[in-house]
Design a binder for this molecule. Sequence first.
Ligand code: ADP
Ligand code: MG
Length: 228
Amino acid sequence: MTFAVTAAETPLLELVGLTKRYSGPPEVDVLKGVSIQISGGEMVAIAGPSGSGKSTLLNILGLLDEPTHGLLKIKGRSAIGLSERDRVRLRATEIGFIFQSFHLVPYLDTVQNVMLPLVHQGRRGDRRARAVGALQRVGLGHRLEARPTTLSGGEQQRVAIARALVHDPPLILCDEPTGNLDAANTSAVLDLLRNLVAADRAVVIVTHEAEVEARADRVIRVMDGHAV
Ligand code: ADP
Ligand code: MG
């Protein structure tokens, strides 16, 4: 018998015994020991009632916040205790973030918004072409010069999806991405997110909507500080 060890066996994301305490007052233990693995090729929903700690968990996964205790590994490398500079760099290469309220920059047009992750990476040269390609991929190749405020909610979220994929990160993290959208746009956004899943890429969606859960490959439920 032979045992082949391939890169695919290392989870994209691994959490062990992760805790988060907000020091308050009042002091709150939001996460009390969360252990999860997420692999490439998965679309995972993180579900749970409001206030259960879903956003806290996603922000830790996305290196926007630090856990109180526990291990967090991205592609097998520890992402805890990094210098601010290394954390920013890791986030710029490994993570794309999508928010409920889009978080587009109002005074930039769609191409400039989508180029931002490439600017943060310090990438030169093909930035504009890549941003245009990402916008075409979400069906917005005809709105390259539009300001976000002139777009519908569904269109704005598609710009945000283009911005999350333009630098080709292995992890796409979404916090209630369909929370401000009607049923038709929710479905379109979920189709786009599903299309981003690849062997070397996972999409993680925080949600409390049944439709989003139904479309995920796996649902992680956050309850009383634990994930089940
Ligand atoms: P969810 O996204 O599931 O609604 P959150 O992760 O936003 O939940 O919040 C979980 C709990 O942590 C809530 O009780 C919230 O009030 C509390 N919380 C969130 N952020 C902070 C903070 N910065 N300081 C103190 N408490 C916080
Ligand atoms: Mg939340």
